[in-house]
Design a protein around this ligand. Sequence first.
Ligand code: APR
Length: 180
Amino acid sequence: MSARIEIVVADITTLAVDAIVNAANEALEGGGGVDGAIHRAAGPELLAACRTIGGCPTGQVRITPGYRLPARHVILAVGPVWQGGTANEAALLAACYDGALALAARHAIRSIAFAAISTGVYGFPVEPAARIAVGTVVGALDAGAAFERVIFACFSERSAGAHRDALLQQTAARERPGPC
Ligand code: APR
């Protein structure tokens, strides 16, 4: 794993990285939460760009320029609405992280910051979401995804703590001796 993983408490709109990953909705029409913050900071050009894309299914990602943001690109990821865990939510959330990294790699993005997708209005519980986020990113990096920095931009100490715990679990699992 080559990239540096950082877990920070930050407003993702302030980060000067190659791409920030937004928690969008299928209509790509903007909204509240981190989506609203990103649209306000990027300016109206972002909504205009989203409208030309014309929507995005849950579990998928799209990309636009960053416009007035310090970030060069916005990756729009549509996370699942939590429905109790029986509606494929975990796989759909993992697909957002995997898809964002794959799309970023095609755009020569070397530094990327993720919002904690689905953990606000969409109601995905914070701790399992953090385990999926960190596990998916670590898995992609281990499989050769080439980034300099991958940042989890958490909006609360609780969210950051959940990501730190998940990263510790990943590291412990890697260092555990395998079967002889
Ligand atoms: N920077 C970083 N993280 C933020 C910010 C910010 N400026 N603002 C909010 N967050 C965090 C929330 O605390 C939460 O942990 O982003 C996470 C995702 O929460 P939401 O923005 O509510 O996203 P989500 O749960 O995926 O719901 C998506 O909300 O606003 C709508 O258009 C969006 O309909 C979509 C839905």
